[in-house]
Design a protein around this ligand. Structure first.
Ligand code: ADP
Length: 270
């Protein structure tokens, strides 16, 4: 493991991450942070939640520790565990503990993916107690005022198994994220990928068409992230139709009919 990734000091973001505000999310996050209320970011994948967190960590000058949650993620993965190193048993803090100790921002991405016991760990951190129980060490760590817990959740993937429980969600200030307005998205795609405003505008139009297919065979339309990918390929010399196929169509579906439908959309625009 790389020691750099373990030291929260290295998670300080020095250069401003480019972020276009969609509404009053920056103000709301800053207020929630000052008031020591945890934050829940809701919204589909690829619509700027991670970038927003990077931007806020830079603004608030706090280290950012991001954990992508998955269905094997346990409370110990977050809190820490004993490891045998050179014949000795040593305690190694997990990312959540490191963030708490450093007064940083801990961002748990796609939190509903994690195993149920992880929620037990974040609950006392996400209410007035603001403590992290470290069962294996038999102690509780109190979070400093600068510490912030943020989690993300995609309501689009909602299922009985993968729903965020009321007992969890009602501890958070919730910020809703969605695809930006056409004008804003055009600016984001042009800035991030290097394509002209005209090409970016067509990519956005194409994305909006794919988003209309959601529910009729498509789980999720093209996200801003995919448009940035397509834009980067185009800026690198790939034809727009090929770029849309590789970066967007193939990324959102494996279904042959749907692939054809999406390709027809891009051919009609480019
Ligand atoms: P999420 O975390 O919601 O899945 P990301 O934050 O990774 O999505 O966003 C994907 C990409 O889209 C970013 O890397 C960035 O290029 C672009 N992006 C999306 N929204 C914005 C925004 N509001 N400002 C700047 N870039 C954005």
């Amino acid at each position: 493991m790389n020691a750099r990734t373990l030291d929260p000091a290295h998670h300080l973001i020095e250069k401003e991450p480019y972020y276009e505000a969609v509404g009053d999310e920056i103000l709301l996050f800053e207020a929630a942070w000052r008031q020591q209320i945890p934050v829940l970011l809701k919204g589909p994948t690829g619509c700027g939640k991670t970038r927003f967190m990077e931007h806020m960590a830079w603004r608030l000058k706090r280290p950012l520790i991001t954990v992508s949650c998955h269905d094997d993620l346990t409370a110990s993965d977050l809190v820490g565990r004993y490891l045998v190193k050179g014949g000795e048993t040593v305690w190694v803090d997990g990312p959540l503990t490191r963030a708490v100790r450093a007064g940083g921002i801990c961002y748990l991405d796609e939190v509903v993916e994690a195993r149920k016991d992880t929620m037990v760990v974040i609950h006392p951190l996400a209410d007035d107690r603001r403590t992290l129980p470290m069962e294996k060490l038999g102690l509780e760590v109190e979070a400093p005022p600068e510490f912030c817990l943020a989690i993300s959740y995609n309501p689009g993937y909602q299922s009985v198994l993968k729903d965020l429980k009321q007992s969890t969600r009602q501890r958070f200030v919730a910020l809703e994220f969605d695809y930006p307005s056409a004008e804003l998205e055009r600016r984001i795609v042009a800035t991030e990928s290097g394509v002209s405003e005209a090409v970016a505008s067509n990519l956005v139009r194409f994305a909006q068409m794919t988003r209309n297919l959601k529910g009729s065979g498509l789980e999720e339309g093209a996200s801003t992230r995919l448009l940035v990918h397509a834009g980067k390929l185009i800026a690198d010399g790939v034809s727009p139709v090929s770029a849309c196929k590789a970066a967007v169509a193939q990324a959102v579906t494996d279904d042959d009919d749907m692939l054809k439908a999406i390709q027809e959309l891009s051919s009609s625009i480019f």
